[in-house]
Ligand binder design. Structure first.
Ligand SMILES: O=C(O)CCC(=O)C(=O)O
Ligand SMILES: [Fe+2]
Length: 390
């Protein structure tokens, strides 16, 4: 067997074994049906439904099992109220100013043409407020409605979630979880979070669940029809001169679309990615903090040794640990008045903060981030965002 074949045959074997096993153990009972669907979802999540036509086959099988044995009916005339998940309607609409940035992210109105984006506006971050306000995901198919999200999935589906608000925490882990149960946690939103959205550590102990960086659209293709992929992602931008590590995603489309769904208080600590990113806010408000690639040496990034220590402390994880040397130790969202951040990270406060920019996105707002820019996100309410890496 060649090396190439050995790299890609295991996902195919896993996928086919999962299909056969789920069908073999299916006896029409409620529990065997749910177990079969879970196994099929796992083949998508863990092995990418590898192999010619396997994704379509798996999605068709899941739908058949749902309709035959779990009384799922697809009533396309249903309408969904845009009742918000969680407690977002109860929160005051004021922004919490960040101490860690002095300026706002520049905004453009009207949005640039494709050509103007390609030639001029893809060099630095940019917000297009209300760009996506008329997307189905915000209107007739509201992703803020847990009942809509349950409906398009049908019963017994599984998704990967991160456990713990912040992936730098020692007890952070990941698990597969029932989609309906995960949505219920967002509806209840009984996490008892501090109302001042204090540091990630304070929130981390609450075991917040975050569906982060997951390609939901492979599992639930209906959701892809609720968004309108902006043409900008098909531009071929120049690699930025201050960030030679830029590399487009390695899939055929050179485009990776991920969903990010979680309650108030979920945080992605400041980190860099090697992609251009178009990030659209669909549900709830999210505060964004950005800093340019040239401040990297003042970001107190984790080094390789920290990363290894963290990895080995977390053997239960089923996905690669995202903590790498592109992640900062600094809590850019710190709101505690006299914390010791300026003493622990003096170069950050002197050299990064003057160059950092921030804003709070609302549903329909689009944010563009070039590769290599440091970015940190905080959900101020139950939040659903979509990132498009290209
Ligand atoms: O929304 C988040 O929590 C993080 C998003 C992010 O890091 C990205 O889109 O690259
Ligand atoms: Fe990122």
């Amino acid at each position: 067997m060649s090396h190439g074949a050995s790299v890609c045959c295991w996902p195919r074997l896993y996928t086919d074994a999962s299909i056969i096993r789920s069908l073999a153990s299916l006896d029409g009972s409620f529990s065997s049906s749910r177990a079969a669907i879970a196994r099929l979802d796992r083949a998508i999540i863990v092995a990418g439904a590898a192999g010619e036509g396997r994704l379509d086959l798996i999605l068709t099988l899941i739908r058949r099992i749902q309709t035959e044995f779990l009384s799922y009916t697809r009533d396309s005339f249903r309408t969904f109220s845009s009742r918000q998940m969680g407690d977002m309607l109860r929160l005051p609409p004021s922004n919490i100013p960040l101490k860690s940035s002095l300026h706002r992210i520049p905004a453009l109105d009207p949005p640039p043409s494709f050509m103007a984006f390609q030639t001029t506006f893809n060099r630095s971050p940019l917000v297009l407020y209300k760009y996506a306000s008329s997307w189905p995901a915000i209107n007739e198919h509201p992703w803020s409605s847990a009942s809509y999200l349950r409906f398009i999935a049908g019963p017994a589906r599984m998704v990967p979630v991160e456990v713990g608000a912040d992936y730098r925490a020692d007890d952070w882990t990941q698990q597969l979880m029932n989609w309906d149960d995960f949505l219920s946690t967002l509806e209840l939103n009984d996490y008892d979070l501090p109302t001042n959205l204090a540091t990630p550590t304070a929130i981390g102990s609450k075991k917040v669940l975050y569906l982060a960086q997951h390609n939901l659209f492979t599992q639930f293709p209906d959701l892809r029809r609720d968004i309108v992929i902006p043409d900008y992602v098909y531009s071929c931008p120049q690699p930025p001169s201050d960030y030679p590590q830029y590399k487009p995603p390695g899939n055929d489309e050179q485009l990776v679309i991920n969903g990010w769904l979680g309650p108030r208080g979920t945080i992605s600590p400041a980190h860099t990615d090697p992609y251009f990113n178009i990030y659209v806010q669909i549900v709830g408000r999210k505060t964004i903090w950005l800093a340019p690639p040239y401040v990297s040496e003042y970001m107190y990034a984790f080094d390789k040794n920290d990363v290894q220590a963290h990895d080995s402390s977390n053997p239960a994880s089923n996905k690669a640990n995202p903590l790498t040397s592109n992640t900062s130790r600094v809590d850019v969202f710190t709101t505690v008045k006299d914390d010791d951040s300026p003493r622990r990270f003096p170069a950050f406060w002197t050299n990064v903060v003057p160059h950092a920019i921030s804003t709070t996105l609302e549903p329909g707002d689009l944010l563009f981030i070039p590769p290599g820019w440091w970015h940190a996100m905080r959900a101020d309410e139950t939040s659903f965002s979509v990132s498009m890496w290209f």
